[in-house]
Design a protein around this ligand. Structure first.
Ligand SMILES: [Zn+2]
Ligand SMILES: [Zn+2]
Length: 410
């Protein structure tokens, strides 16, 4: 298609606005709006015909959408009144009319320089929205990947929907006492409704790491709900010490995003009263949920082990040595009802220990993430091989377990 012929033909078939005319030339020249491109073509057309022309009031291509962008933007802004955001994005659903016109243009007025109507409208809405924000003395940027708010304008029905993206925060938690699960654990008998067995609480444990951490975030962000995503989890009866375990907190429908994280950390410590602490809080992107959940970091454990019969020093030393290296571990009996039953290979990198008495020892283990330490000691009916019980020839079991360190680079 000839450069000028394209525009001149479009101008002669019906009233078209500068933006829609210029959109057939969108990829040509930088620093221009489509309206400016369209205006340029219109001027050349008027010169060639030696007539006086102005932009028509009506446009058969967009049906006046671009002139209504400001109105849509104003309605969008009302929808997010009271919400804090730094980034946004507009999207549109075209009406069947607009879709038909786009198809028609593609066939009848093909242009290698055109851009889709949808993109042009999204941009016009975004610019109109930015102008409104500027008038209020605030600003926000368009973000195509993770906008804080996302508007969807239905050009057919005229509606606007808004999606408020969750706020995410990274941190690490230390669990200083035993008997607390990572997340709320609903009572199996009543499925959380409350019954005699759970003392009408609906849960197996009175609290959880999540329940001790989340409220401070929800309140600061004025959110409507949320989750704690942990990088794995320690057993309910194990402590989580050292620099803690990485997690991401997700707060749904937040009204505030710029919150005082030091204050939140202080409040969590105060209210958890020595049970849980959080470190290293910082804002995170949504990708971090996956990164934290997929984390397979090495861990250092301390286990208190008791033996069913007395063990001597030499046997104990030799058994520990036999535990370094590759371990083949079947999914433990105790978690087989909720985890896939398979055999994993995990490594014990370092192990050391000391007998406290002939029937008790303290053991420190550095191993791959995903190795079950209790089964490494007990053997779990042969499910873990090698294991300490087998190497000692005496039944051994963990009576106390602490995660001393999660060795990640988050
Ligand atoms: Zn138009
Ligand atoms: Zn119950």
């Amino acid at each position: 298609m000839d450069f000028l012929k394209l525009g001149f033909e479009l101008l002669s078939v019906g009233p078209i606005c500068d933006t829609c005319l210029g959109r057939r030339y969108a990829k040509l020249g930088t620093g221009f709006t489509n309206a400016e491109r369209g205006r340029a073509i219109r001027v050349l057309w008027a010169m060639e015909k030696d007539i006086m022309i102005t932009e028509p009031d009506r446009c058969w291509v967009c049906d006046g959408i671009f002139s209504r962008a400001g109105e849509y933007a104003r309605r969008a802004l009302e929808l997010v009144h009271g919400y804090e955001f730094e980034t946004f994005l507009f999207g549109v659903h075209l009406s069947p009319y607009h879709e038909a016109v786009e198809e028609f243009l593609k066939k009848r007025f093909p242009s290698p320089w055109a851009e889709p109507l949808q993109r042009d409208i999204n941009r016009a809405l975004g610019r109109a929205f930015e102008r409104l924000l500027a008038a209020e003395g605030t600003e926000a940027q368009v973000d195509f990947r993770h906008p804080h708010i996302r508007f969807t304008v239905d050009l057919w029905k005229g509606g606007i929907e808004v999606y408020i993206a969750p706020a995410y925060f990274y941190g690490r938690y230390r669990k200083l006492v035993r008997g607390i699960p990572q997340t709320h654990w609903p009572c199996r008998h009543c499925r959380g409704r409350g019954c005699e067995r759970c003392n009408y609480t609906g849960k197996v444990y009175p609290t959880s790491v999540e329940e001790l951490i989340l409220p401070a975030f929800l309140e600061a962000c004025e959110g409507e709900g949320g989750h704690l995503h942990g990088a794995g989890r320690e057993d309910v009866d194990a402590r989580m010490l050292g620099r803690g375990r990485p997690f991401v907190v997700e707060v749904e429908h937040p009204r505030r995003r710029a919150v005082d994280l030091e204050e939140i950390a202080a409040r969590i410590s105060r209210e958890a009263a020595g049970r849980v602490e959080v470190l290293d809080l910082r804002p995170a992107s949504p990708d971090f949920v996956r990164r934290v959940k997929d984390l397979r970091a090495r861990k250092r454990y301390r286990a208190l082990v008791s033996f069913a019969a007395p063990v001597d020093e030499a046997t104990f030393r030799q058994a520990l040595e036999g535990l370094t290296g590759e371990i083949r571990q079947r999914t433990p009996t105790r978690v087989r009802h909720r985890r896939a039953d398979l055999v994993r290979k995990r490594c014990v990198h370092e192990i050391s220990g000391e007998l406290r008495s002939p029937t008790e020892a303290e053991v420190e283990i550095l191993c791959d993430g995903g190795l079950y330490v209790k089964e490494l000691i007990s053997g779990d009916d042969g499910g873990t091989h090698p294991n300490l019980s087998e190497l000692l020839g005496v039944e051994a079991r963990v009576t106390e377990l602490d995660v001393l360190e999660v060795l990640d680079d988050l």
